[in-house]
Ligand binder design. Structure first.
Ligand code: FAD
Length: 213
């Protein structure tokens, strides 16, 4: 995961809610939109004009991961205004975060924005313990490791099945790999009886697909 800071006068006083993303120009438009734009959550923003992203360097790098490897200090970037509905629902009885490392950029911003009195549950997946991003409220987070001997392809969903949640629904924020997002929502709605409206699902990537937004 690479932290990349974008800074400049034009970034002062942006309208941003934690959890929202930007669409960033990572390639040439000559070859069309598919390879030109990728979406990244805002890890942190400070209204003096600094905005931080966390870009995951995954094993099949496309234009986004390659951009994160090659971008240099001083290089200009172009991107859209922050947008998106993966944002904290303030009146929720508690907040549940489920996702992989790509989701942790959005989740980090959202966790920092919550008051300390808010109840938080989280199941987060990374490759190894060394890959855990530094997130707030560390003691409330449950980590799942992809390369642990006994985990299968559904380790995140399996860990959520085992999570001891209150009996009443809270608000779930689900992001990351598309199929896992669907499995997670299905579990909350079908097995735990949550209303669909108590889940906000945002698939970030899918095997074989190029850019999801
Ligand atoms: C709302 C939103 C917010 C997002 N926020 C972030 C963020 O904060 N940080 C971040 O890193 N990404 C984030 N993403 C994903 C990001 O937009 C890109 O899809 C991702 O960086 C891959 O882009 P790429 O060009 O490298 O690969 P692509 O050309 O999009 O994909 C090439 C292939 O690589 C594989 N692949 C893609 N992503 C992964 C992965 N994570 N793990 C394993 N294999 C993969 C797939 O098989 C895919 O077919 C977000 C996506 C959305 C929709």
């Amino acid at each position: 995961m690479r932290r990349i800071r974008i800074a400049g006068e034009s970034l002062r006083d942006l309208d941003w809610s934690p959890g929202q993303h930007i669409r960033l120009r990572v390639g040439d438009l000559v070859h069309g939109f598919r390879d030109a734009l990728r979406t990244y959550s805002i890890w942190d923003y400070d209204n003096r004009g600094r905005l931080d992203l966390c870009v995951f360097d995954h094993p099949e790098p496309g234009p986004g991961a390659r951009w994160s490897r090659q971008v240099r200090i001083g290089q200009q970037v172009a991107f859209t205004h922050p947008e998106g509905r993966l944002v904290i629902q303030e009146n929720a009885p508690y907040h549940l975060f489920v996702g992989d490392e790509t989701a942790s950029a959005a989740f980090g911003a959202m966790l920092r924005a919550l008051p300390t009195s808010a109840r938080v549950y989280a199941v987060l997946e990374v490759d190894t313990p060394e890959d855990r991003p530094r997130l707030p409220r560390a003691s409330e987070l449950t980590w799942v490791y992809r390369n642990a001997a006994l985990t299968g392809p559904d380790s995140l969903a399996d860990a959520l099945h085992m999570l001891d949640l209150p009996t009443e629904p809270g608000m779930a924020y689900i992001a990351g790999e598309a199929r896992t997002c669907q499995a997670t929502r299905r579990h909350l709605v079908h097995d735990r009886g949550w209303p669909r409206k108590s889940t906000i699902v945002k698939p970030f990537w899918a095997p074989g697909k190029h850019g999801l937004d």
